[in-house]
Design a binder for this molecule. Structure first.
Ligand code: AMP
Length: 360
C-alpha cells in the first residue's frame, strides 16, 4: 500500500527489527512527535527500551503481523533479511517503505549485482554458483583471487570465503555450506566509500557527504568524512546514489557501498535502510540519516543533508564499550550506546562521533 497523505504527529511507525538501527530510528521519530512500535523476535531487543510499543513474535507469525499492521500507520524495516512473504503480507495491509522491490534486490547478491550491472554501473566480475561444477567454471572465467559469497543472509563478512591461488574449490564451497552463491572477482581497491541517499514521496533526493570506510575483521571500524577522494569522484559517487534511488522509485534512506579503484568506482552492495556508515550524520548534520528516513517514510519533506563538521565515526565493538568513561571526557566527541546487556566479541555496542567543526 501507499501512504495517501503525510502522517501527522502522534502517528505510529512500525519497525521490523529491534536492533540499534531500529532504536536510533525510534529516537529520531520521537523527536518529531511520532511513536514507534517495534516488531522483533528477540525479547531483549535494544529498540524496545526507547519505543512506545513492541511485539515479540516471529516474522512468520501471520496473526501477530496482522495485529501489528492494525496498530501502525506505516511500516519500515531496519534490516534487509525480512522474509519476502512477511513484507508482502504487511504491504497488502499497511503502507510499507522502502518497499518490496528494494528488499528483493538487496537480499540476494545475484539479483543485486544483476540489477546494478543492468543499470550500467561498474561491479566486480561475477557469476552464479549453485554447484561445485559452477564454481570451477566461474573460477576459470573470473580467475583468482576471488570471493565466494552466499547469495543470501551474508553480513559483516559472514557467508564469504576468499579463494586464493592454493584454495581448493571444494573446500571453499563447503565452507559456505554448499548453498546458492556468487563468485566475485577480487577488486584491488584503493579505498572503500559509501553513499547515504534519501528520497521522499515527492521524489526529491538528498545525498550526504561521502564517508570513507575502514573495516576490521570484516566489521566497519571507522567512517571518516570527508573521504580522501577528488571532488569529481565525490560527484560521481553521489550521482550513483541519486540514480539508484530514482530507478528504484525508492522512499527512505539507502546505503550504497562502493570501492574506489584506479579505474573508477565499483559498486559493491546496497542496504535498503539506514546504514552504519551514516551514523556520523547524527552529530555532523542538521538532519541525521535516521530523521531523514522517518521523514521520508512518513510523507514529510526530507531535510538538508548538509554537514557542519568534519567527523570520524568509530564503532564500539565488544569490550570497546567499557571505554565509555574515558570517551565521555573527550571534548567534541558524541557518544551513542545501544543499551545491549552483553558485550560479546564482534557485537556492535555503540559508536562515537569525533567532530572537527568547520570554520565558516
Ligand atoms: P560485503 O559483505 O559484500 O559488504 O563485503 C564485506 C567486505 O569484504 C567489503 O567491505 C570489502 O572490504 C570486502 N570485499 C567484498 N567484496 C569484495 C570484492 N569483490 N573485492 C575486494 N574486496 C571485497
Amino acid at each position: 500500500m501507499r501512504l495517501s497523505k503525510p502522517l501527522p504527529p502522534n502517528s505510529t511507525i512500525g519497525i521490523l527489527g529491534g536492533g540499534q538501527l531500529g532504536r536510533m530510528l525510534s529516537l529520531a521519530a520521537a523527536r518529531l512527535g511520532l511513536k514507534c512500535h517495534i516488531y522483533a523476535p528477540e525479547a531483549d531487543s535494544p529498540a524496545f527500551q526507547v519505543s512506545a510499543a513492541h511485539t515479540v513474535a516471529s516474522y512468520e507469525d501471520e496473526a501477530a503481523l496482522a495485529r501489528f499492521a492494525k496498530q501502525v500507520d506505516v511500516v519500515t524495516y531496519e534490516f534487509e533479511n525480512v522474509p519476502a512473504t512477511t513484507a508482502v503480507f504487511l504491504d497488502s495491509r499497511v503502507p510499507l517503505y522502502p518497499g518490496v522491490k528494494a528488499l528483493a534486490i538487496a537480499q540476494d547478491r545475484l539479483a543485486e549485482k544483476t540489477f546494478l550491472a543492468g543499470e550500467g554501473f561498474e561491479v566486480a566480475p561475477f557469476a552464479a554458483v549453485d554447484s561445485l561444477a559452477d564454481l570451477e567454471t566461474a573460477l576459470a572465467h573470473i580467475g583468482r583471487p576471488a570471493i565466494l559469497k552466499t547469495r543470501r543472509f551474508g553480513y559483516d563478512g559472514k557467508g564469504q570465503v576468499k579463494i586464493l591461488e592454493g584454495t581448493s574449490p571444494g573446500e571453499a564451497f563447503e565452507a559456505i555450506g554448499g548453498v546458492p552463491a556468487i563468485l566475485e572477482g577480487f577488486v584491488a581497491f584503493e579505498r572503500e566509500i559509501s553513499v547515504i541517499a534519501a528520497r521522499g514521496m515527492d521524489r526529491s533526493v538528498a545525498v550526504y557527504d561521502v564517508p570513507e570506510n575502514v573495516h576490521r575483521n570484516h566489521i566497519l571500524h571507522t567512517s571518516t568524512v570527508p573521504a580522501m577522494i577528488s571532488p569529481e569522484t565525490t560527484r560521481q559517487a553521489q550521482h550513483i546514489g541519486d540514480t539508484i534511488v530514482s530507478v528504484l522509485d525508492y522512499v527512505g534512506v539507502i546505503g550504497i557501498e562502493m570501492f574506489v579503484t584506479a579505474d573508477g568506482l565499483v559498486v559493491n552492495e546496497l542496504a535498503p535502510r539506514v546504514h552504519n556508515s551514516g551514523h556520523w550524520t547524527m552529530d555532523a548534520c542538521l538532519v541525521s540519516q535516521f530523521e531523514q528516513h522517518v521523514r521520508a517514510i512518513s510523507g514529510w519533506a526530507i531535510g538538508s543533508p548538509a554537514s557542519h563538521s568534519d567527523v570520524v565515526m568509530t564503532n564500539l565493538i565488544g569490550d570497546d564499550v567499557n571505554r565509555w568513561g574515558d570517551l565521555s571526557e573527550e571534548p567534541n566527541t558524541a557518544i551513542h550506546l545501544y543499551g545491549k546487556s552483553e558485550a560479546r566479541p564482534g557485537r556492535k555496542m555503540g559508536h562515537i562521533n569525533r567532530l572537527t567543526p568547520r570554520q565558516s
